[in-house]
Design a protein around this ligand. Structure first.
Ligand SMILES: [Zn+2]
Ligand SMILES: [Zn+2]
Length: 137
C-alpha cells in the first residue's frame, strides 16, 4: 500500500491516504459539470484504503445529490474538492487535482461522454498558451 497526500486550495484542509488506486475516471456527466463548473470531474478510486485528515477536518462540507452516488466533499473556505469515503462501495474517491503527491496512474476511462458539454467536443485545435495571453494575442 502506498501513501498519498493532498490538500485544498487555501491550505486549511490536508489529508493522507494509505492505499492504492484501481481506477481513475474522467466523468462528463451533467452533475459533475455543475459540481466542478467545468467539462468533467477527475476522480481516483481507492478501495480498501484509509483516509486520514491531517488538518482542517471541521472545515469540510459534504454534499450528496439525492438518491445517488454523486457525493462531493469540499473545503468550506475555498470550495476545493476533497476526498470522500463512499461506504456503499468501500472506496475513497479522491479528486486528482487535490493530490500534492504525483497522480500514480493515467486516466482509466472517460465516462458519461454522451452527456458531455458540447463546447468540449473539439478542443484539440484551440490555441494553447503557457500563461494567460496578453490582449491582442
Ligand atoms: Zn480550503
Ligand atoms: Zn459525474
Amino acid at each position: 500500500m502506498n501513501h498519498h497526500s493532498g490538500s485544498c486550495l487555501c491550505g486549511a484542509v490536508s489529508y493522507e491516504l494509505l492505499g492504492d488506486f484501481q481506477s481513475f475516471f474522467l466523468c462528463h456527466c451533467t452533475r459533475c459539470q455543475k459540481g466542478t463548473g467545468s467539462a468533467h470531474a477527475a476522480n481516483l478510486f481507492a478501495a480498501d484504503s484509509r483516509l486520514t485528515w491531517l488538518r482542517g477536518e471541521s472545515d469540510i462540507k459534504t454534499y450528496q445529490y439525492p438518491d445517488s452516488l454523486h457525493i462531493k466533499s469540499f473545503c468550506q473556505h475555498c470550495g476545493a474538492a476533497l476526498p470522500v469515503l463512499i461506504e456503499s462501495i468501500n472506496s475513497v474517491v479522491v479528486p486528482a487535482g487535490s493530490l500534492d503527491t504525483p497522480v500514480p496512474i493515467p486516466p482509466t476511462a472517460k465516462i458519461y461522454v454522451a452527456d458531455g458539454a458540447p463546447w468540449f467536443k473539439n478542443i484539440d485545435d484551440v490555441p494553447s498558451f503557457d500563461e494567460l495571453p496578453t490582449r491582442g494575442d
